[in-house]
Design a protein around this ligand. Structure first.
Ligand SMILES: O=C(O)CCC(=O)C(=O)O
Ligand SMILES: [Fe+2]
Length: 366
C-alpha cells in the first residue's frame, strides 16, 4: 500500500492509523532506522511530528503533504548580487516579493522569438523524454538546447540571482501545454517537494524557513484570465498548509483541497504576455483556472536553488503522485544556471554534453 494523499476506505485507515502511531513512537524513541524497510525509514526520517499528528488526529482525512515550514522574513531587502543596470531590482521590489511571494511580470523575449520557440516546445508534447524514457513535460531542458538557452537569458538569471545569490542550479523544469478547453490547475503549494512520492523530500535546505528556492514561470503564449493565466494568493508563502483529502478538486492524479482562507481580496489573477516571466516562491499558493478557449496556453517553469542546497541525495527514482510516472533518476542531474557549483552536493548533468549528443543523433537521423 502506498501513502499517496487521497481518501481511503475505512479498512485502510484502520491499518494506517496504528502503524503511524507506532512509527511516531519509533521516531520519538530514536530507535535504529537501519532495520526498517526503506519506505518506513523515509517516513521516520523525514516526517516531522506535526505531519504525524495531523494525519492521526484527523483519522487519515487531512495531512501535511509537504514538510511544514514558515517563511522567515529576511533582515535586509538588498539584492544579493550586483547585476547590470537593466536587470537591477529595487529594494522596494525585493520587499514586495518577500511580502507577496511573487514578483513580475518582467520582459524577456519578443513575440517573434516565442512564436518560433512554441513550435519546438509543442513538438515535444507527445514524444518520449530522453531523460526518463516516457512522455513527460518534465526536465526537457536536459535535451532541448533552445529551452535551456531561454532559461539562461540574463533577464531571468540576473533577477533570480538578486533574490537567491550568485550561484544557481536548475533542478527541474516543466512545460505546461494547457491545451484547448483543459481544466484548472487547482491551488497548490510546495516547499521541499515531499509530496512528489510522499516519502522523501526532493530538496534538502539547511533551514526550510529561509528562501531556498524560486520558480520562474515563462509565458510562451499570452496567458489571460480566459485561457487560464496564473493566480497567486498574496502573502500565502508564510507557511505550508494542510490538505483535506477528497472533494471536487483534483491536482492531476491526486485528490485533495488545500486548506486556506479563500479571501478574494488576496487572490491575484496575473495576466502575463508572451515572452514575459514571473518569479515566485513555490510555497506561495498558486494555480490557474481552466482554459476556456480553443487555443493552447503554453508556458514553462524552472525550479532554481542556490548551489549549497542538495537535491535527491542518494535517490534512484520516485513515483510522481501528480503525473503518475516512475521517474528513474539515472540520467537526471542539476544544471548550473548561473555562476559555478563549488559545493557539488547533487548529481550534476553535463548539459553541454547532453545537448551535443542530441545534436549528433539529429544529424545521424537527417
Ligand atoms: O502553468 C500553470 O498553470 C501552473 C504552473 C505551476 O503550478 C508552477 O509553475 O508551479
Ligand atoms: Fe506549481
Amino acid at each position: 500500500m502506498n501513502l499517496h494523499p487521497k481518501v481511503r476506505p475505512l479498512w485502510q485507515r484502520a491499518v494506517i492509523l496504528p502503524a503511524l502511531v507506532i512509527l511516531m513512537a519509533y521516531k520519538a524513541l530514536h530507535l535504529p532506522k537501519g532495520i526498517l524497510p526503506r519506505a518506513l525509514r523515509s517516513i521516520v526520517t523525514h516526517w516531522d511530528y506535526s505531519m504525524f499528528w495531523v494525519l492521526i488526529g484527523s483519522g487519515a482525512t487531512r495531512a501535511y503533504i509537504d514538510q511544514p515550514c514558515q517563511f522567515k522574513m529576511p533582515s535586509s531587502f538588498s539584492p544579493k548580487v550586483l547585476v547590470a543596470p537593466e536587470y537591477q531590482l529595487k529594494k522596494e521590489q525585493i520587499r514586495q516579493f518577500c511580502e507577496d511571494g511573487f514578483l513580475g511580470p518582467f520582459d524577456a523575449f519578443s513575440r517573434e522569438d516565442m512564436a518560433e520557440f512554441r513550435i519546438q516546445l509543442l513538438s515535444s508534447e507527445h514524444t518520449k523524454s530522453k531523460t526518463y524514457g516516457f512522455c513527460t513535460p518534465r526536465d526537457r531542458h536536459l535535451e532541448m538546447p533552445s529551452l535551456w538557452e531561454h532559461l539562461k537569458h540574463p533577464a531571468i538569471t540576473e533577477r533570480l540571482a538578486q533574490l537567491l545569490g550568485p550561484d544557481l542550479l536548475c533542478w527541474r523544469s516543466q512545460i505546461f501545454f494547457k491545451g484547448p478547453r483543459s481544466p484548472a490547475i487547482q491551488f497548490h503549494q510546495a516547499s521541499t517537494f515531499m509530496v512528489e512520492d510522499y516519502l522523501d523530500p526532493a530538496v534538502f535546505p539547511d533551514d526550510r524557513n529561509e528562501l531556498f528556492q524560486l520558480t520562474v514561470w515563462l509565458a510562451v503564449d499570452d496567458a489571460t484570465p480566459e485561457n487560464g493565466c496564473m493566480q497567486f494568493v498574496r502573502g500565502s508563502h508564510d507557511r505550508v498548509r494542510t490538505v483535506k483529502f477528497g472533494g471536487e478538486e483534483g491536482f492531476y492524479n491526486a485528490q485533495f483541497s488545500l486548506e486556506f482562507d479563500r479571501d478574494p481580496s488576496r487572490i491575484v489573477t496575473l495576466p502575463v504576455q508572451s515572452g514575459q516571466f514571473v518569479i515566485f516562491a513555490e510555497r506561495c499558493i498558486h494555480g490557474s483556472p481552466p482554459n476556456t478557449t480553443d487555443h493552447y496556453r503554453l508556458a514553462l517553469n524552472a525550479r532554481i536553488i542556490p548551489t549549497h542546497v542538495p537535491v535527491y541525495t542518494n535517490k534512484e527514482k520516485y513515483r510522481s503522485v501528480y503525473n503518475g510516472g516512475k521517474y528513474v533518476l539515472k540520467n537526471w542531474g542539476v544544471a548550473v544556471l548561473r555562476g559555478e557549483d563549488s559545493h557539488q552536493l547533487s548529481r550534476t548533468a553535463d548539459i553541454d554534453q547532453l545537448h551535443s549528443q542530441v545534436a549528433k543523433r539529429g544529424q545521424k537521423a537527417a
